[in-house]
Design a protein around this ligand. Structure first.
Ligand code: SF4
Length: 366
């Protein structure tokens, strides 16, 4: 099972994907990444000609929620399309092969595509000083497998908060000595798509950007793609007018909650959390936690499990961990004036000047 040598465009046609669906995907992806409309035709042409990259997906200490996030969507979606654009040569959950055949497929894909494959990791892993037996695949420790696989990778995508920041396995007392992928990989291009689980469109968007432009998108201080993590949940929340007016739900079943008021006093971490939930939403764009009446838990920020205090307002001091999270993540929203804030404003300005481009218009352009 190695990478097919024909282009993305040829493969999509073979799979019966219409040109119109492809152009819609290009328009949606470019829009999500806040690319200028003028770049969309170039992006479509580049994607069509691109060779399908080999992807090796390693799952370590994780719950499979990240894979579920990417695959459990309503067809046809961009998430389905992106899976057609890659050659997924190794993935525990999705591959047909098992046992020795599966491991042989991984070894073969790494050999055939050395230097060119994408390595996707979900889950944290016991670090080099931990007992290697805490987490193994086919008798190989997670650490050894990661180090072997990263050698021939062109780039690494850490999917989900466990891979990006350690997540639940790394939370105190961290019995397995779990670390994040970026704690171990320093010499490869690396992007973190954090979230528990991550927003599927963000995974798709990063892959589309890599395929179209041959490089990872611009990143924030935590290696997250700025186009998706450049603004806080709070900045994009539809309940923000209630926050600005000081109208807060005090309990989950009071008049304020029923009227859709701001959830800040119920522990919402939206002001200190950077992610795209408010714009991408979940379940084919149906809803997202805050719309369902639940405060944001801040799952895409470092150390969110240890910060805890899920239902305590941000204004209530908790412990050092939460202070660290607030300082790093909330600087733009609450303090202002940081370099990160300036970078975010740049992205916001780019996004603000964006004009919508329809698939019909794009079809005429190409
Ligand atoms: S505190 Fe939470 S619910 Fe309130 S406006 Fe901000 S993100 Fe929305």
């Amino acid at each position: 099972m190695t990478a097919k040598k024909h282009s993305v465009g040829e493969h999509l046609r073979d799979q019966g994907v219409s040109r119109r669906a492809f152009l819609k995907f290009c328009t949606a992806s470019a829009s999500l990444m806040a690319l200028p409309p003028g770049l969309i035709p170039a992006m479509a042409a580049a994607l069509e000609q691109a060779r399908r990259p080999s992807v090796i997906w390693l799952s370590f200490q994780e719950c499979t929620g990240c894979t579920e996030s990417l695959t459990r969507s309503h067809a046809p979606t961009v998430e389905d399309l992106i899976l057609e654009m890659i050659s997924l040569d190794y993935h525990h959950t999705l591959q047909a092969a098992a046992g020795e055949a599966a491991e042989a497929a991984r070894e073969q894909a790494m050999k055939d595509n050395f230097g060119n494959y994408l390595l996707i990791v979900d889950g944290s892993l016991p670090g080099p000083d931990a007992n290697p037996g805490y987490s193994t695949i086919a008798g190989v420790s997670n650490y050894a497998m990661l180090m072997e696989a990263v050698e021939g990778a062109a780039a690494v995508i850490a999917v989900g908060t466990c891979a990006a920041f350690g997540g639940l396995p790394e939370a105190a007392p961290n019995p397995t000595g779990a670390v994040a992928v970026m704690d171990l990989i320093k010499d490869k291009p690396l992007v973190n798509v954090s979230g528990c689980p991550p927003v599927p469109m963000v995974i798709s968007g990063v892959l589309a950007h890599y395929l179209a432009f041959g490089r990872l998108p611009e990143l924030d201080e935590y290696h997250r793609p700025l186009a998706f993590f450049g603004q806080s949940i709070h900045d994009r929340c539809y309940r923000r007018p209630f926050y600005d007016k000081g109208l807060f739900a005090e309990t989950f079943d009071d008049e304020g909650a029923r009227a859709g008021w701001c959830l800040y006093r119920l522990g919402c971490k939206g002001p200190s959390t950077y992610n795209a939930c408010a714009t991408m939403r979940w379940n084919a764009g149906t809803s997202w936690p805050i719309e369902a009446g639940h405060p944001c838990l801040g799952c895409s920020e470092p150390r969110f499990w240890d910060a805890g205090s899920f239902y305590a307002p941000l204004s209530v001091p908790t412990d050092l961990s939460s202070t660290q999270v607030l300082t790093a993540g909330a600087a733009g929203a609450l303090v202002g004036g940081t370099v990160a804030t300036l970078a975010r404003r740049t992205v916001e300005t780019a996004a603000a000047s964006r004009q919508p481009v329809t698939a019909d218009e794009l079809e005429q352009t190409l």
